[in-house]
Design a binder for this molecule. Structure first.
Ligand code: DCP
Length: 694
């Protein structure tokens, strides 16, 4: 739901910068021969020439559109150059575009607060820079105004075509103008300069909107493309919004927009003006009502967040029509590719930016096999994120199964019979709630990296911690999980809590990994193919299909993907972790680490054997009566510990490697003090838990 925020000031200078036909420009830079030629980037799927995902402006002149496939584009523009998007792991690899976007962000962020909103768009808060320019070198004092500034489109200015440039120049330089307009004029100078810099350094052109808030700037940036900028003076807001189709507004493309049209007869933003705030609040609630009332008047107080790095990392793929995934095997195969990619990107983020992601989310869309399912969406699910390809895969599978169980159980309820067929047409995973690693953790990270501990671990989770999640696009600026606490601003305490979680998790994970590696060592010897990932072994809380008491076969179709965590790694008990673990286990740990039970190993063996005998694709489709779940509640290797900080004996730190002892002690000390200010006996996890108020 939209959130109404009052404008902090109506004289902010906000820009929205949007790259022009971005993927095409990236490809044209890679292959300069394509410059000036009608070009489009197509998905790698060759059916009918592949779907167009970006169309260059030269090709647009011929009528080529993004909705076309390559063959159709060729029929309207025979000279069109179709470039296939790079492919890795059987799916589009967007890294070159992401990296190109980062180059641009690095330049745009030089003049003010910068929010990377997607792979190719950015918001800038240029208020300070504009105020500075206005006081030091106001537009009227600039002797030679660059053409790029003069080419600005200023909404509301009327002039004969031959006089446009002169009219814009006069508007930019008017001495007696309203201060808000003067600031926007300065904004136009600054944005033009930034755009020229982007072109010089990256060879990319971009377009921009310059206004008093994000909403207006975004509306304006697309008005004059490519390579142009549009200014929205305060006085022109009404005429800009008045004729705008209501569904074109951000957040009004869906249900709310439909309701405005169908229930209130509102077709344009101007139509909204006839409704009082109270009336809109009565109909849509206080918050949304106020938000609607505000946007009709061009009021939008959203701040430009300071964020040049992606807010989340996501990867996924669509499986349209007959390509839909119908077996757990198929799901696992793709999830393993996604997990590998996500793990790589998370590792790069960790290395380069010292950030860790905390939430893993799985999204899927299911094809509609019957009337009941056509009403039903496949629920998105999220859980705390654990680093490492195999752990991500394991958790993603669990999330998928939890979602599938819910999806099917409600469908079967509606039908009054067992499970019916399912087919996944869209599958993706994403990592969100990304936070900076507190300074000081680096040596610990290094230590565990060097000790075969490739990643810091995230919190362990169980079924209770699999959460419903809102739709989360894999794009850069996507919103994160619906868990309220994940969206709440971090307090000092929670930052410290993150530190503590990292320490504790590192210690715990170090031990857990040793345990699971030990398990892998054992099981590997009895498998004829690569076995399951470290903890694909069963868990007590593994999502199960209620309706069917059978077992799910999750096959060993992940060969190659577990290599990251395993390659050349032999089990080696880390000195010191075991008694720390013992300490935690005896201090209120809710579960313990156990070897997998015999039955699990047998079940896994059975699967591996059937794979060996040429039945690798012999999956158990749900339509035949449901999922078979081989995941008995055997693996207790997940730990839900409640660390009582007051009860942590500082001596346990002595057992850590000397090089990190001081650091851990330093972290423990302030935690103790912080904890003393709260209820006695609360655990660290509870005290710092973001959902402690829930
Ligand atoms: N993109 C995609 N799939 C889509 C839409 C876009 O992969 N359905 C990619 C390709 C685009 C990039 O995202 O180049 C940015 O999308 P935009 O909507 O901003 O469109 P363009 O930058 O291509 O063109 P424009 O100049 O109209 O903004």
């Amino acid at each position: 739901m939209p959130v109404a925020r009052p404008e902090s000031s109506d004289s902010r200078v906000i820009a929205h910068v949007d790259m022009d036909c971005f993927y095409v420009q990236v490809e044209q830079r890679r292959q300069p021969d394509l410059r000036g030629q009608p070009t489009a980037v197509v998905q790698y799927n060759a059916w009918k020439g592949g779907g167009l995902i970006a169309v260059g402006y030269e090709a647009r002149k011929f009528g080529v559109k993004r909705s076309m496939r390559g063959d159709e584009a060729k029929s309207v523009c025979p000279e069109i150059q179709l470039v296939t998007v790079p492919v890795a792991r059987g799916k589009a690899d967007l890294s070159i575009y992401r990296n190109a976007g980062s180059e641009v962000v690095a330049i745009l962020s030089r003049k003010g607060r910068c929010e990377r909103a997607s792979i190719d768009e950015v918001y800038l808060d240029l208020t300070e820079a504009a105020e500075k320019m206005l006081s030091e070198t106001p537009p009227e004092s600039v002797e030679a105004i660059n053409d790029e500034v003069i080419k600005s489109h200023v909404l509301g200015l009327s002039a004969e075509p031959s006089d446009v440039r002169q009219t814009v120049r006069e508007w930019l330089c008017q001495r007696n103008a309203d201060r808000r307009d003067k600031l926007l004029a300065c904004g136009a100078f600054i944005v033009a300069e930034l755009r020229m810099q982007v072109l010089k350094e990256t060879q990319f052109t971009c377009s921009a909107g310059i206004a008093h808030n994000k909403m207006l700037a975004k509306l304006a940036s697309g008005m004059n493309k490519p390579a142009q900028q549009t200014v929205v003076p305060f006085a022109s807001v009404e005429s800009l919004l008045d004729p705008l189709p209501i569904r074109k507004m951000k957040q009004l493309g869906g249900k709310l927009g439909h309701s405005l049209q169908d229930d209130l007869g509102v077709n344009t933003v101007g139509d909204l003006l006839q409704f009082s705030e109270e009336k809109l609040q009565d109909r849509y609630g206080i918050n949304t009502g106020t938000w609607l009332w505000n946007i009709a008047r061009g009021i939008n107080g959203d701040e430009v967040e300071s964020r040049v790095l992606p807010k989340s990392h996501g990867t996924g793929k669509t499986f349209p029509g007959r390509n839909c995934l119908k077996t757990i095997d198929g799901i696992e195969r793709w999830l393993s590719k996604f997990s590998e990619e996500l793990a790589e990107r998370l590792e790069a983020d960790l290395e380069q930016n010292k950030r860790i992601a905390q939430t893993l989310t799985l999204h899927a869309s299911a094809s509609k096999a019957n009337e009941a399912q056509s009403q039903k969406k496949f629920p998105s699910k999220s859980c705390p994120l654990r680093y490492g390809t195999n752990k991500i895969l394991e958790d993603a599978l669990n999330l998928f199964q939890a979602g599938l169980r819910e999806y099917l159980s409600s469908s079967s309820k509606a039908h009054g019979n067992g499970c019916s067929g399912w087919g996944i047409t869209n599958l993706s995973i994403s990592a969100s709630k990304i936070v900076d690693i507190p300074s000081g953790t680096c040596s610990i990270m290094k230590y565990f990296h060097s000790q075969d501990q490739r990643y810091p671990s995230s919190k362990e989770f169980d079924d209770k911690e699999i959460h419903e999640s809102t739709a989360l696009s894999p794009s850069v600026g996507s919103e994160s999980s619906s868990r309220k606490h994940l969206l709440e601003p971090e307090t000092e305490c929670s930052k410290d809590g993150t530190k503590m979680n990292i320490v504790m998790n590192i210690v715990m994970q170090a031990h857990l990994d040793d345990k699971s590696r030990m398990f892998e060592e054992k099981t590997q010897t009895s498998f004829c193919r690569e076995s399951l990932p470290s903890s694909t072994s069963a868990k007590k809380n593994e999502p199960q299909l209620d309706s069917v008491g059978e077992e799910t076969v999750i096959k060993d179709a992940i060969s190659g993907n577990r290599s990251q965590d395993q390659k050349g790694k032999a089990f080696k008990e880390k000195q010191g972790t075991s008694s720390i673990l013992q300490f935690f286990q005896t201090q209120n740990c809710s579960s313990s680490i156990q070897e997998p039970k015999e039955e699990t190993v047998n079940a896994i063996q059975e699967t591996a054997e059937s794979s060996c005998s040429g039945k690798a694709d012999d999956t158990v489709p749900l339509e035949s009566g449901g999922i078979r779940n081989m995941h008995h509640s055997a693996d207790q290797s997940r730990v839900a510990c409640m660390y009582k900080i007051d009860e942590i004996d500082p001596n346990v730190v002595d057992e850590l490697p000397r090089e990190i002892q001081e650091e851990v002690r330093a972290w423990l000390r302030p935690q103790k003090r912080a904890n003393n200010t709260t209820k006695r006996g609360s655990s660290i996890t509870h005290y710092f838990s973001p959902n402690k108020n829930m």
